[in-house]
Each structure stands twice: as C-alpha cells, then as structure tokens.
Design a protein around this ligand. Structure first.
Ligand code: C5P
Length: 240
C-alpha cells in the first residue's frame, strides 16, 4: 500500500503548526524540510509532538560520518519514521546514519528505528550539470547506481521519481523502498514540477511513499485535498 506524505512547505511557523493540527486526523506522514528545520525548529517540533504526528525529517544530511551520526541522534524522537541523507555522502556516511538511527531509537524505547532514505541525484540536475560534476551517463543511470550504493549501505530506500521505481526495484529488490515527489492529482496545477505522475499512477508503478506539497498545502481545504489523494491510493476492487 502506498503511503501519503504531505510536505509542510510553509515559510511561517504559525501557518505550519496550524496545518499540523488540522491534518492530524488524516494520519498521513508529515514532511518537515529546510524551511521548518532552519526557520522554526522548536515550534514545528512541539506541534508535531503534540499532534502525535508521523514525521519525515527531510534533512538531506551530507557531511563526514561522525557529524551525520550526531545529526541523526539529534533528529530522532518518537514519531520520526523517516530521515534522509544524500547518497553522495558515501557508504560510510549512510551506514553511520542507519546505525545512529537504530541506536537512538533503542535508547528512546521506540518500537522501530526511523528508516534512512537516500537522495540519489537532485532532480534539479540534468545533462550539462552532470558533466560539469564529472558524472558520466544520463540521470537515470546515475540514480540507479546511487540507489544500489544506498541499498548496500543499509538504507531503507531512496527518494526518486515514480517513473524510476521499476528500474530501482529491478536492481535493488522489491523490498527496497521508494519515496516519490513530483506527484500531482489529476487536474491540479503542475507548479514547477516538470515530469508529474498522479497518485494512482505512482502506486501502480510501485511507489512505497508519495510526497505531495502544494496540491494539499495550498488547497482551500487541505484536509479534503489529502483525503481525496488517500481515496485515489485505495486499491481498485473489481466489481462482483
Ligand atoms: O509542492 P510539491 O508537491 O511540488 O512539493 C514536493 C516536495 O518534495 C517539496 O517539499 C520538494 O522540496 C520535495 N522534493 C521534490 N523533488 C525532489 C526532492 C524533493 O519536489 N527531487
């Protein structure tokens, strides 16, 4: 079953904490990114804790293993189900993140450690950018190679486009999870996302998590928008 993650991409602490409160009955995972982590960390953490939210900390960590280990320790708390790192930090760094999440979760008596997901290639990079960085091959080739590295390092999965899910699962196995942004419910605005996939199509491609921001956060009724997506993710049952 594909899980819904809602990106709390809001510049103001008040709007973000209010949205956490409103979305509480929906039960989706809530993603806190740079805006919240750097802009209003104490407020967002308190709101998420109070709502008993399921949390994805979109920290995109990338540093030497010891520093990433310290960051993961600081980020893990009850409710945190996913933390992410950059695959470009390398195997030892990804392993340090996985081990730190497991150790910290045990210390805190959490039922399961947060999953560590790796960002492979930022979707803002393409063609010339890759060559400039000294990366041979196209984006998809690099994504699959980095996914295999993240898999070997013990990560639970990778952040990727839903369109890349079948190739990643073919190389890393079906149990290696995928978390996919670039999702747009049928009929909603594309915003700045270039290649978009509907929630149902992402589920059909095998995405384990879909990340949706603006179509929910900026909807007149975010709760109704989130529920409509959950509805779309329900497996279609054949009549009779
Ligand atoms: O508003 P929208 O649905 O486009 O938001 C998608 C979220 O997923 C944003 O928080 C964005 O930063 C994140 N994201 C993305 N593409 C990636 C990685 C993360 O859109 N490759």
């Amino acid at each position: 079953m594909t899980e819904l993650v809602i990106a709390l991409d809001l510049a103001a602490a008040g709007a973000a904490t209010e949205l956490v409160r409103r979305l509480q009955p929906v039960g989706a995972l809530l993603k806190v990114g740079y805006e919240g982590l750097y802009g209003y960390p104490a407020e967002i953490r308190a709101a998420l804790r109070e709502a008993g939210a399921r949390i994805f900390v979109d920290a995109k960590l990338c540093d030497i293993p010891r520093t990433v280990e310290a960051a993961v320790r600081a980020l893990v708390e009850p409710g945190v189900e996913i933390v992410n790192v950059h695959a470009f930090g390398g195997t030892a760094m990804m392993r340090a993140a996985v081990d730190a999440a497991a150790r910290r979760a045990r210390e805190l008596g959490m039922p399961a450690p947060p999953k560590i997901f790796a960002v492979t290639l930022l979707t803002s990079l393409a063609g010339e950018d890759l060559a400039e960085l000294g990366l041979g091959g196209d984006a998809a080739t690099n994504v699959v190679r980095l996914a295999a590295l993240a898999h070997r390092a013990g990560c639970a999965g990778v952040v990727c486009s839903a369109l890349e899910v079948p190739r990643i699962k073919a190389v890393c196995g079906a149990a290696f999870e995928t978390l996919c942004p670039g999702i747009r419910p049928a009929g909603s605005a594309r915003d700045d996302q270039k290649r978009v996939v509907t929630p149902r199509a992402a589920a059909a491609l095998g995405a384990d998590y879909i990340v949706v921001g603006r179509p929910v956060v900026q909807a007149p009724d975010p709760v109704a928008a989130a529920r409509a997506i959950l509805e779309e993710l329900q497996p279609v049952t054949e009549p009779g």
